[in-house]
Design a protein around this ligand. Structure first.
Ligand SMILES: [Fe+2]
Length: 517
């Protein structure tokens, strides 16, 4: 599939003029788009490729960034020839958003390949730049087979882009799987992991990073947070992936700073800010500026949301960072501030699960349920406490509301695993058994296995991680980089989950038959 077709500016301009004349909203635009000769340096550039995301049955978000104040012009068609242009919209990319722009393309046909073509027009000179083509697929409205991949953890622990080692290769492998979409389960950036020039590997070789000014220190300013996303987008594998596969992004902790909670005083050395709320505000803004997320007017900046992907699948993306309480002492672990999701998000999740008509309800979490709670006291005398309270609440609700066919996916722990949570082995037992599938890192250090917490009775059915001999923070070049693949069969609605590595090797797989609801 041709996904980065560059067209001559003149051709692009004619196409946009055609669309503009058919739309009253574009009339002003057509009025300033007079033919003229322009030098290449005058033309606005698309600086970091194109992206799409949050695709549903009839819509999807498209994204690009300009190198100057410019108007982003988007054409949409169902063929890469663009003979059937269906929609054209424009969004202004201004300094306030670091020249990023995104638009929700609506009224699209279901289950359809969508090609979009983006070009920028300089707001001062009216000169047009060259266009770039991207692709996404809308969700089907019938029970046809669908697939997606998920992972997390991009550019962590100083493992940046080493061109000699092929850059962030997991993105190329995921792209070769041709999924309908991709869920990034968090740590889209590592704002608190600068990238050094070179790292000595334990085998004597040297890892050599591409370096940028913004990625040489911990992110603190808005510009530095933005710089982390720009760094990742220097990688050719990621840009090619973005142009072809729509992303659904949630965040974990490193989009702001390691293990932050709202209102936490900053104790890390070398930071100028005194409170992590300011870092979180900047991190959140950069997250939404540089990722193709749908905006929420109910709560601007909200990250938790539902993606309806047709009759077979609803995806619920959680935010386990923004609403958590302080890292309390065990004695305080029953106080509301110890919560993980917060009451509004818990209510939203319960409501959404209850109303869902989709066969499968996949819940994408920031962290494994049997591990994320490990830093806190999570149970005493057989009852969940602290961070476990919200999870226990949700799991009980799923059982008593008769909600079937849920599965949890996540990243966070920098190795891949399949966990089966069984109430018969748990401290807290008021829930139905369920699976949790873990993948990642996409491009970060690989960890050794982490001990499980027993509150919800997880069993390790499969795991592949770094070993004691290889150690923690194993470099990406040693092959232990992971993603997961999910295929839902249109005829049987069976869901097959396959854990894969950067070489596209299927490490472990299971097929879950849906229960009758
Ligand atoms: Fe991570």
């Amino acid at each position: 599939m041709a996904v980065t077709i560059r067209k001559r500016a003149a051709l692009t301009r004619r196409r946009f003029l055609t669309i503009a004349s058919a739309s009253s909203a574009m009339t002003a635009f057509s009025g300033i788009a007079r033919p003229y000769l322009s030098r290449a340096a005058d033309r606005p550039l698309i600086t970091h490729g194109v992206q799409s995301g949050d695709a549903s049955i009839d819509s999807g978000v498209v994204w690009a960034r300009a190198d100057r104040p410019a108007r982003m012009l988007v054409e949409v068609a169902t063929t890469d020839s663009f003979k059937d242009v269906r929609r054209a919209v424009f969004v202004d990319a201004l300094p306030e958003s670091d020249f990023t722009a995104k638009a929700l393309i609506e009224d699209l046909p279901a289950g359809q390949d969508i090609f979009y073509r983006i070009a920028f027009q300089d707001l001062s000179s009216a000169v047009f730049g060259e266009s770039v083509v991207g692709h996404f697929r809308t969700a089907p409205d019938d029970r046809r087979s669908i697939s997606f991949v998920w992972s997390g953890d991009t550019c962590g622990q100083g493992w940046g882009i080493d061109p000699a080692r092929g850059g962030m290769r997991t993105y190329a492998t995921m792209r070769a799987n041709r999924p309908d979409f991709f869920i990034h389960c968090g740590d889209n950036i590592y704002a608190d992991c600068p990238v050094p020039d070179a790292i000595k590997l334990r085998n004597g070789d040297t890892w050599r990073n591409v370096v940028t000014e913004d990625k040489c220190k911990n992110a603190e300013t808005l510009g530095e947070y933005r710089g982390n996303y720009k760094y990742n987008l220097l990688d050719e594998n990621l840009r090619a992936f973005n142009a072809e596969v729509p992303t659904v992004a949630q965040w974990d902790n490193h989009e702001v700073i390691e293990d932050w909670w709202p209102g936490e005083p900053l104790r890390q050395r070398g930071y100028v800010e005194t409170n992590k709320l300011m870092l979180a505000a900047r991190g959140r803004r950069a997250f939404h500026e540089f990722l193709p997320t749908r905006a929420s007017l109910a709560e601007p900046g909200r990250i938790y949301r539902k993606i309806s992907y047709g009759p077979l699948l609803d995806v619920f993306l959680l935010d386990m960072r923004s609403y958590r309480g302080a890292n309390v002492r065990p004695a305080d672990a029953d106080c509301p501030e110890a919560r993980l999701l917060g009451p509004d998000q818990v209510s939203w999740l319960k409501r959404g699960l209850k109303r869902s008509r989709a066969t499968w309800k996949v819940i994408a979490a920031d962290a494994p349920l049997g591990l994320v709670l490990g830093d806190w006291e999570v149970e005493r005398n057989g009852k969940p406490r602290g961070r476990a309270l919200d999870i226990a609440d949700v799991l009980s609700f799923i059982k008593h509301a008769g909600i079937r066919n849920t599965a949890w996916i996540t990243a966070e722990i920098h190795y891949t695993a399949a966990h089966y949570y069984d109430p018969n082995r748990a401290v807290f037992q008021d829930f139905e058994p369920f699976w949790e599938f873990v993948s990642g890192p996409i491009h970060a250090g690989t960890w050794t296995p982490i001990a499980l917490d027993r509150v919800f009775g997880p069993q390790v059915i499969y795991q592949k991680a770094s070993t004691r001999e290889l150690g923690d923070n194993l470099a990406p070049c040693f092959g232990l980089q992971f993603f997961g693949h999910v295929a839902i069969d249109g005829a049987t609605a069976a869901m097959t989950v396959t854990l894969k590595d950067v070489a596209d090797k299927a490490l472990w797989s299971t097929t879950l038959a849906p229960q009758v609801t």
